[in-house]
Design a protein around this ligand. Sequence first.
Ligand code: ZN
Length: 302
Amino acid sequence: MKFKFLLIPFVVAALGLFPARAAKLRVVTTLTDLADFTRNLGGEFVEVRSLASGVEDTHGVPMKPSFVTLLNRADLVVLIGFDCEHVFLPALLEASKNPRILPGKSGYVDCSQGVSPVDIPKSTDHSEGDVHPYGNPHYMLDPLLAKTAVGNIARALIAAAPEHAAEFVRNRQGYLAKLDAKIIGWEQELAPCKGVKFVSYHEHWPYFAARFGLQYFGTIELKPGVDPTPRHIEQLIASMKSERVPVVVREPQFPEKVPTLIARQTGAKLITLPIMPGGVPDTTTYIAEMDYIVHTFAAAAK
Ligand SMILES: [Zn+2]
């Protein structure tokens, strides 16, 4: 009797009675900001999982075997692009054996489409440790560029589940309107900080600085993905002192020791800023994360 029940799904599948995919679109995102956007856009029609939890290095999310299973079942994989995820994503995609989400397929959603990167290096070679081979991938910290990513995700959802297009379009309009209102508030809050100089551990902040009129003075890393040398730290401290740089940003995925030392020696304020939702407590959404960044920066730059 049990055996017969077990056979039923196979018979139904053979007759073509199973839907082509699950009732909800299964979406896997590399980072938490992309997951938040997808949930806002897809609502009840999507099931979203992010590989990162928010505290990881965007260039090196530690791989888990469960990621392969998630990606194997996914209808869409949503990523930052510009090779931001090159250390972990290509290997996971290969292991997932899911042809629908490979590069070039409609299930591979590269959110950088339509974004012009800054700081493009002369070489696209990873061998020197440079993790920004196609330019800086941290455009999500400019909320106007985040809107481009939102548009790309919405387009992919509509293509994957056209029967819900009206809902996806409505959700996109609603979310972008909410974001636009927040952007006005963030610009107002950071207006008194125009021209304020700051350094950070990793080169996360050129788009943020450009959007809000801040001066991105330099990084503690020698270059993206390459640890600082004692000489570089010494030079950075000297130039920060002579230029009176008042803020040091440390991102949660990097150790506190060197940023603390630099802040102490230069008299700058040390602040910890998330680079995606979940990076610090109470920042589970993109808007909450950007609120936190703007409030914390504005308070430190006073
Ligand atoms: Zn980076």
